[in-house]
Ligand binder design. Structure first.
Ligand SMILES: Cc1cc2nc3c(=O)[nH]c(=O)nc-3n(C[C@H](O)[C@H](O)[C@H](O)COP(=O)(O)OP(=O)(O)OC[C@H]3O[C@@H](n4cnc5c(N)ncnc54)[C@H](O)[C@@H]3O)c2cc1C
Length: 1013
């Protein structure tokens, strides 16, 4: 049912549909059918034949086209073509394979092949892109005017990743308004396109994207984004007003929608612009929110008292929206069936026409059914023809444009202009749109679907679709059969939603009121006085005490071991299902207290919002995942064959000491602790003295979840406590995450077997990394820069997975470095509680001094390209600005030693061989990454880059439980994978009991039994 109720004229849906069909048939008659419809050259294209024929070939060719602008030599073009086609194998048509085979490396044919490929891609791009320069754009615009077609100019841009790029975009918009206005305002008037039913309308029409006006467009810091975008948008609006031009705001991904609308409303409500009607915004009918947005924009425009224009489109990011939402576990924001989008489009169109004096309608579509319905509805409502316009994209639907112009409709063409490189992303979007199975153009041109079918009412399509759907029985059966649903990662909080931001603000205020409390030591349920205290302070404001703790001493450590030993046997014999239940309950409590936990992390560890939220989500994942893993292991305990019964018994090791770091202050302690507990071990957790509050909260939640007293003891304290625990002969295992030096020392100490000790202590140690990302010379630099920023400077580089070495191939070294430096310069530094902060403080003064020493060293080992001074922030907390140093030699200390701060060493490599040599040339092997568009290089790096977690074309931090089990080898660790299916086995001893069940030639029948662990 529509959220919109029509108020005006009533006509039966049948009558309206009949009229729409008649209009549609007429349009089809006017433009004819067959390959010449819309644009002959495009559909006749050989390449299009290919892509329409085979989805795999299509993907490979589009990937090749996407990479093309980055390929500088004939050799590179040939190599990429060969590699992409190889992935499609036999499905590539013979003539294309032959063409490639006849152009071997280094031959004259290679140049011809490269030239032909480049020509092909450029030729294709030209169909959609109106020109590379303002002059070319002007020529296109004038040519359109000669056909009595209006235009809206769109400036193609690379992703804006630095403020200087945003300034350039703004300047180009200003130049465009000025230059086009000067020229076009002198042109003779063409009433069809230069007037509406009220009078003259602007001739110059500019479409822009608000995300191009700042490098940091994010609803998480909506106030700061609004300020930054507002500052750049106002001069553009002023210039447009001054020159009598019009400005339209495009709509991009769903994540940006609410903020885009908010900025639009806020700026246009300002007194300076409130009475100005020559502005508009896009709404996308594929979004389930759109009908509500439309109503709310109408109400707002009425309040404003001046109309705006709405361009109604279906939406250009359908595939990405679905993929992103599925990856993140968020609700999918778009309609999932095409007929729903079409039906929504028709309802919104009617609403616009009913409100056309407040929301001036512009209908962006190439779908004749959608447009016919618009026209039928306009007729019904007696809306003047000149009061709405139809918009199409340059290079698509030319014959529709001409037919509509001939009918006296105002048609406006969206004319993107810009250089080839940024144009490729736009080209690939258009190619995807045109070749999608759901595309109206493809159905009508390439698939020759009957006109009557094409003009069918979407609701009718929906009814047919519903009839053909069979209920998914297998899923329902699966859900009923398993008591607990399969594991899924806890989705990160979507901070683009206002509700989530408010919840976080509220949690921060609550935590503020709880700061500074004293937490006594708890041993087996009794409070113990140790006579000593220590504080945990806020790294963003170091004089603020977050919490005070009774400091455990070696004697409390020994008492804790006794306590753990006393409870070991009871806990080990507790049913594994019950142990798992404690984890599931803990996860529930964490979910309930999610924002509060994140708020404590922000205050205690200086983690910015999203990082803190992700840490809580990961802690939840560990509980949910290890709980299920334990149940699985407990059930997998028989390996019987006829006449022989084999029982596998997994038993707890005994007492586990967990020594945890501060940088993932909830997730890592939780992961290590619950893995030990669920496998039946009792645990003594020694948290970092820098994050005792998070460990305290973990203990509190586990007690609430039903964990018996004495099974888990938390000992806030210092190194003396850790040493006492590690060397105590009564403990069975040590689970450690932290620095290499401490990890190696623990390994040495644990190896010592003292008289009376009857076992070897098991050590799990996750240590440091000196992680590298390789940038290939065909990499997508927009993505590479964003990925490196996140990997190197996220949480100020204080992650063992962080990128601290960037290895860039010669061909793109300078371009990459320049963009990276500019982008890093734009990262705001500040307190972690401020949502705008990208680079927060480091954990404490000791860490700051250590990082500063490395910064000084960097200056002697390379050329410092960026060193951000935290300025006055240093008076409040422990701040270190990002540092980027280039021309570093692979063996330099800054390229070999772990810094654990926002310090990035950039190394140049002549080719991939050298890049891999450098990448593998440290003592560590934790994480690594590659940005490349060469399938062969990707395959090689997968094979040869020896790290525990390798990431291709994405940031190298943020491993997810189950999806990316985490852990490294060499001096990064001993190879165990946290969050993976073999992790729990590390905490267990395995016994196998085999019994010969054959007696005198007969044996009991095999049965599936389950036994407890
Ligand atoms: C002048 C103009 C300006 C534009 N500006 C913008 C803009 O600012 N932002 C933007 O996002 N797009 C914009 N577009 C692009 C526009 O969204 C696409 O061109 C449009 O979606 C194609 O729709 P159609 O009616 O021409 O074709 P159709 O073939 O009828 O529709 C295709 C569309 O249906 C939707 N769809 C596809 N599969 C499914 C499915 N399984 N379930 C549900 N829906 C599905 C998608 O939106 C897809 O693009 C603009 C288009 C024009 C003409």
């Amino acid at each position: 049912m529509s959220a919109i109720t029509s108020k005006n004229k009533m006509a039966t849906p049948v009558a309206l549909n009949t009229r729409a069909r008649a209009i549609g048939r007429n349009l089809f008659r006017q433009i004819g059918r067959g390959p010449s419809v819309f644009q002959r050259a495009w559909w006749d294209d050989r390449l299009m034949d290919l892509t329409l024929g085979d989805p795999l070939v299509k993907v490979q060719l589009f990937r090749f086209i996407d990479a093309m602008p980055a390929l500088r030599t004939p050799e590179a073009i040939r190599r990429h073509l060969v590699e992409y086609l190889a992935e499609a194998g036999e499905r590539v048509p013979w003539w294309l394979r032959l063409g490639v085979a006849l152009s071997p490396e280094g031959s004259p044919g290679e140049r011809i092949l490269a030239g032909a490929s480049r020509f092909g891609a450029t030729h294709m791009a030209r169909r959609f892109i109106a020109g590379a320069t303002p002059d070319e754009a002007l020529r296109t615009v004038l040519a359109l005017r000669r056909q009595r077609i209006a235009f809206t100019a769109d400036l193609l841009g690379e992703a804006v990743i630095s403020e200087s790029e945003a300034e350039r975009y703004q300047q180009t918009c200003l130049d465009l308004i000025r230059d086009l206005s000067k020229r076009l305002n002198q042109e003779p008037e063409i009433p069809l396109i230069d007037r509406d039913h009220r009078g003259p309308i602007p001739r110059v029409n500019l479409s822009l994207k608000l995300t191009s006006l700042t490098s940091r467009f994010d609803a998480l810091y909506d106030d700061a984004t609004m300020r930054r975008v507002g500052e750049r948008l106002r001069p553009i609006l002023r210039a447009a007003r001054e020159h009598g031009a019009y400005v339209h705001v495009d709509m991009e991904q769903y994540a940006h929608k609410d903020l885009t609308l908010a900025i639009f409303r806020s700026v246009l409500m300002e007194p300076e612009f409130r009475d100005w009607p020559n502005v508009g915004i896009v709404l996308q009918a594929y979004l389930t929110d759109t009908e509500a947005d439309l109503q709310s924009l109408r109400d707002w425009a009425l309040q404003r008292g001046t109309p705006i224009t709405i361009r109604l489109v279906k939406g250009a990011y359908w595939d990405c929206e679905v993929i992103w939402a599925r990856q993140l576990g968020w609700p999918i924001p778009v309609h999932l069936e095409k007929w729903r989008t079409d039906a929504c489009y028709e309802r919104c169109a009617r609403f616009l026409l009913e409100n056309h004096e407040t929301l001036r309608p512009a209908f962006g579509s190439h779908n004749i059914r959608s447009l016919s319905m618009v026209m039928a509805t306009a007729e019904l409502l007696e809306v003047p023809v000149a009061s709405y316009e139809i918009q199409t994209l340059h290079g698509m639907g030319e014959s529709i444009q001409q037919a509509l112009v001939a009918q006296g409709k105002r048609v406006r063409v969206y004319t993107p202009y810009g250089a080839m490189l940024p144009g490729m992303a736009y080209l690939v979007r258009r190619l995807l749109e045109n070749t999608s199975n759901e595309s109206f153009l493809k159905a009508s041109v390439a698939e020759h679907v009957e006109v009557e079918e094409l003009l069918r009412d979407p609701e009718e399509v929906g009814t047919m679709w519903g009839r053909n759907q069979k209920p998914n029985r297998s899923n329902a059966a699966h859900r009923a059969a398993s008591a607990r649903p399969p594991f899924r990662n806890e989705p990160p909080t979507d901070f683009t939603r206002e509700q989530a931001r408010n919840a976080m603000e509220a949690a921060l205020s609550r935590v503020q009121g709880d700061l500074g409390r004293l937490y006594p030591l708890n041993l087996g349920g009794s409070e113990v006085s140790t006579g000593k205290e220590f504080t945990s302070n806020d790294p963003s404001a170091s004089s603020t005490v977050v919490a005070r703790f009774a400091r455990a001493r070696p004697e409390e450590a020994r008492r804790a071991v006794s306590l753990a030993r006393d409870h070991a046997s009871d806990w080990a014999s507790t049913d594994p299902g019950l142990r798992a239940e404690v984890l599931f309950k803990t996860a529930e409590i964490m979910l309930r207290r999610r924002f509060e936990l994140a708020a404590w992390e922000i205050r205690e560890c200086g983690k910015p919002w999203r990082e803190a939220d992700a840490d809580v989500a990961e802690a939840i994942d560990f509980c949910e995942f290890y709980g299920r893993e334990m149940i699985r292991l407990a059930e997998e305990n028989r390996r019987d064959v006829p006449g022989e019964s084999n029982h596998i018994e997994r038993i707890a090791r005994g007492v586990a000491v967990v020594i945890a770091p501060w940088n993932f202050p909830l997730a890592i302690p939780t992961g290590m602790t619950v893995a030990a507990l669920v496998t039946g071990n009792t645990v003594i957790l020694k948290p970092s003295e820098r994050s005792p509050m998070m460990a305290h909260l973990l203990g509190e939640m586990m007690r609430e979840a039903g964990l018996p007293e004495g099974v888990l003891t938390i000992l806030p304290g210092f190194g003396d406590v850790g040493e006492t625990l590690v060397s105590d002969p009564r403990i069975d295992m040590i689970v450690f995450t932290g620095s290499r030096d401490v990890g190696l020392k623990i390994s040495r100490q644990a190896a010592e077997v003292v008289p009376g000790q009857d076992h070897v202590k098991r050590v799990i140690a996750e240590m440091g990394g000196k992680n590298a990302i390789i940038i290939d010379d065909d990499a997508d630099l927009d993505e590479a820069v964003a990925g490196v920023l996140q990997s190197a400077f996220g949480y100020s580089g204080q992650k063992c997975s962080a990128c601290s070495r960037l290895i860039v191939l010669d061909g793109v070294h300078d371009a990459m470095l320049d963009r990276l430096v500019e982008a890093a310069r734009a990262l705001p530094m500040g307190p972690a509680a401020d949502p705008d902060t990208a680079v927060g403080p480091v954990i404490d003064d000791r860490a700051r001094e250590r990082i500063e020493a490395y910064k000084a060293l960097a200056a002697s080992e390379g050329e410092v390209r960026l060193s951000v001074d935290p300025g006055a922030l240093s008076d409040q907390g422990h701040y270190v600005g990002p540092l980027i140093v280039s021309d570093v030699q692979p063996e330099a200390r800054i390229a070999q030693e772990e810094v654990f701060g926002p310090v990035l060493a950039v190394l140049r490599a002549a080719d991939l061989d050298e890049a891999l040599r450098i990448a593998n040339g440290t003592q560590y092997a934790l994480t690594g990454g590659l940005y490349s568009r060469s399938p062969a290089h990707i395959a090689r790096v997968k094979q040869e880059f020896r790290v525990g977690n390798l990431y291709i074309n994405r940031p190298i931090t943020g491993a997810l439980v189950d999806r990316q089990p985490f852990g490294g080898f060499r001096l990064s660790g001993i190879g165990t994978k946290a969050g993976g299916s073999d992790y729990l086995l590390e905490f267990l001893l395995t016994r196998t009991v085999t019994e010969n069940t054959m007696r005198r030639g007969f044996a009991p029948e095999l049965e599936t039994q389950s036994a407890t662990v």
